[in-house]
Design a protein around this ligand. Structure first.
Ligand SMILES: Nc1ncnc2c1ncn2[C@@H]1O[C@H](COP(=O)(O)OP(=O)(O)OP(=O)(O)O)[C@@H](O)[C@H]1O
Ligand SMILES: [Mg+2]
Length: 243
């Protein structure tokens, strides 16, 4: 359904992606993990049309979409929740959600709104509250809800657990599991490898612009190298400090 083939990308003279191959099928949650600066966000920028790659293809529903502008990519059903969430702070919860439906002009958004409120009852309760006054966890729920309003076929999330307390991280991951349906493909970028492997069907490990490992969530979480670099040791301790 969705495939990245030989993607290379650069900022000026610095090559950040060095030939990425990756695939997400309908009904799957696929995670991409990697250290700071590995190129995860850059890959999501390429897929969503924000950055043009120097080489390679992004195939979505049988078509190469690398030359298509971001707003048209959204309309085709690819949706990105960016790092840092970017909830519209001066708009209410309801207005934020309605903005999420902008790619479906003329369509009745009430059904989608009902679905979102069912999934996130807190958003219904707080629908008149300004985005900026929501807690971090609530903002993350709003970002997920807003993305759902676009009825995405490919749902990409950039570090949804970033900056959240452990309890909220669990809540967000539980919601991500709920998003999983037969029609939707989910690409989840995370530094929290432990959590990501719990929800993912498959995963890829990105190191300095290259995929160095791929496998099922189980395979990766029992892989010696992954355990050392992403699930234990110094790095995990550093991650814990960020929370
Ligand atoms: N707009 C830009 N201009 C120049 N260099 C950039 C730009 N954006 C990112 N980079 C560089 O590209 C590399 C990859 O960045 P990217 O944001 O893709 O990493 P990441 O894997 O998402 O890291 P993190 O986990 O910290 O979010 C980094 O070295 C970064 O400094
Ligand atoms: Mg990033």
């Amino acid at each position: 359904m969705f495939e990245v083939k030989g993607i290379e990308a650069r900022y000026g003279t610095i090559q950040v992606l060095k030939g990425i191959d990756l695939e997400v099928r309908k009904g799957e949650i696929v995670t991409l993990i990697g250290a700071n600066g590995a190129g995860k966000t850059t890959l999501l920028s390429v897929i969503s049309g924000i950055l043009t790659p120097s080489k390679g293809e992004v195939i979505f529903e049988g078509e190469n979409i690398v030359k298509i502008p971001p707003h048209k990519i959204v309309r085709r059903g690819i949706c990105l929740i960016q790092e840092g969430r970017e909830v519209l702070s001066q708009m209410t919860v309801l207005e934020n959600l309605l903005m999420g439906g902008f790619s479906r002009p003329g369509e009745d958004l009430n059904d989608s709104l009902d679905t979102v409120f069912q999934m996130f009852p807190i958003l219904q309760e707080r629908q008149g509250q300004l985005g900026k006054t929501l807690s971090g966890g609530e903002q993350q729920m709003l970002a997920l809800g807003r993305a759902l309003m676009a009825r995405p076929k490919l749902f990409m999330m950039d570090e949804p657990s970033l900056g959240l307390a452990p309890k909220l991280v669990n809540e967000v991951f539980a919601k991500i599991m709920e998003l999983k349906t037969a029609d939707v493909a989910i690409l989840l970028v995370e530094q929290n490898a432990r959590k990501a492997f719990q929800v993912a069907d498959r995963g890829y490990v990105l190191e300095i612009g290259k995929i160095v490992l791929a496998g099922s969530g189980e395979e990766l979480s029992s892989n010696e190298k992954v355990r050392e670099a992403y699930l234990g040791g110094k790095r995990a301790k550093r991650q814990d400090l960020r929370k």
